[in-house]
Write a protein that binds this ligand. Structure first.
Ligand SMILES: NC(=O)c1ccc[n+]([C@@H]2O[C@H](COP(=O)([O-])OP(=O)(O)OC[C@H]3O[C@@H](n4cnc5c(N)ncnc54)[C@H](OP(=O)(O)O)[C@@H]3O)[C@@H](O)[C@H]2O)c1
Length: 348
């Protein structure tokens, strides 16, 4: 089958022929119909794990082809979307890919394969940040009905930010404040955010203060992690007892005052991978993901959660290089880049 290996310096992709993988005991093998790109797919070979050259795809939708010996919930022919464990073989930029059942969900009939493939990796990471690291009540908690103090989502139009806002809309917040640029238009169309701050205007701290309107804020999600973002946040969060969820474990967060804690969020914990540098294993995240993915099917079928808008590139797996370059160059606003595997030119 065709599979894409991502290489760095310069960023490039190579289409190679490899055998169709076998699912492990707790995995499904998926015939991939659509796969999606995420920023980590170019960052991994570039600087996170320099020198590594593997198929970096983590997100897909498709049809179950085979199941492992322990799998009882999925069967051949099921329409599914799934997240593949980061930095492991059999990734999703391929005709077939594997995924553990705890990060696989059934696609309800009202959701297309295109929309479904934008969801598993990013929504799961957003949920880890919001519920496991910030400890916001999960939608099934009795506390979910209580109004929470304001929540700020820095990078509201990013995939992480947008899914955080969509999940937050399943609860109740005094204020839901999004820091966005051009992607704010999409977020506004969802009708779930109370206040917007446009980072392009250059006065984020004062604009956040105005949005808070004197209310105390203890929780923020920083999906941008560019230094400015958390420095802006510490100026508006309460100096004691606040918490920021961050998504790049390798960065130096020591400029954040000690009264404000950080929740290091790493998707790998749902697959038993410890957080880099911090070595948190967060073993509870494995079953958290399992429960979340079952509910995601239900929430999608009920219209409570939507996927991310997407841009479909034209040449299937041959377009992955172009997609990763667009991500690296910051050209993507409020959307996922996706590929239809069947669009890969014949003879590639
Ligand atoms: N730890 C983990 O396991 C994990 C998992 C997934 C992602 N991540 C990381 O989390 C980050 C977000 O990933 P993603 O997939 O959500 O990214 P993404 O969707 O590609 O982010 C693109 C968005 O970033 C927004 N943006 C750029 N600069 C901004 C700024 N200064 N202020 C506010 N918004 C800004 C843009 O918003 P506008 O269009 O409004 O300008 C754009 O829509 C990345 O660094 C990624 O590597 C980590």
């Amino acid at each position: 089958m065709n599979s894409v290996v991502v290489k760095a310096h310069p960023l490039r992709c190579e289409l190679v022929r490899v055998p169709i993988p076998q699912p492990g005991p707790d995995e499904v093998l998926v015939k991939v119909i659509f796969c999606a790109s995420n920023p980590r797919d170019w960052k991994a070979p570039d600087h996170l794990i320099p020198g590594v050259e593997i198929n970096q795809g983590n997100e897909m939708s498709g049809v179950v082809e085979a199941v492992g010996t322990n799998v009882y919930e999925f069967r051949k022919g099921d329409r599914v979307a799934a997240a593949h464990p980061m930095q492991t073989e059999n990734g999703t930029y391929a005709e077939y890919a594997t995924a553990p059942v705890n990060t696989c969900f059934l696609i309800p009939p009202n959701i297309s394969f295109e929309e479904a493939c934008t969801i598993p990796f990013s929504l799961c990471t957003a949920a880890l940040g919001l519920y496991q690291r910030l400890k916001i009540p999960f939608p099934t908690s009795p506390d979910n009905a209580q109004i929470q103090p304001p929540l700020i989502v820095y990078g509201g139009a990013s995939s992480i930010g947008s899914f955080t806002l969509k999940l937050a809309s399943l609860g109740r917040f005094d204020k839901l404040i999004a820091v966005c640029g051009s992607g704010g238009e999409y977020i506004e169309s969802l009708g779930i955010v109370t206040d917007f701050v446009d980072y392009r205007k250059g006065d984020v701290v004062n604009d956040l203060k105005a949005a808070l309107d004197g209310k105390k804020c203890f929780h923020a999600v920083d999906a941008i992690n560019n230094g400015d973002s958390w420095n802006h946040l510490v100026n508006v969060l309460e100096p004691q007892g606040s918490r920021i969820a961050v998504y790049l474990p390798r960065l130096d967060y020591t400029s954040i005052p000690s009264g404000i804690s950080i929740g290091i969020t790493f998707f790998g914990t749902v697959h038993g991978q410890p957080t880099p540098f911090w070595n948190h294993d967060c073993a509870e995240d494995v079953d958290f993901a399992y429960a979340l993915f079952r509910l995601v099917s239900r929430w999608l079928s009920q219209g409570k959660i939507l996927g991310q808008p997407y841009v479909l590139l034209p040449n299937g797996l041959k377009s992955v290089e172009d997609g990763l370059l667009q991500l690296k160059e910051g050209k993507i606003s409020a959307s996922k880049i996706i590929y239809r595997v069947d669009d890969t030119p014949i003879g590639s």
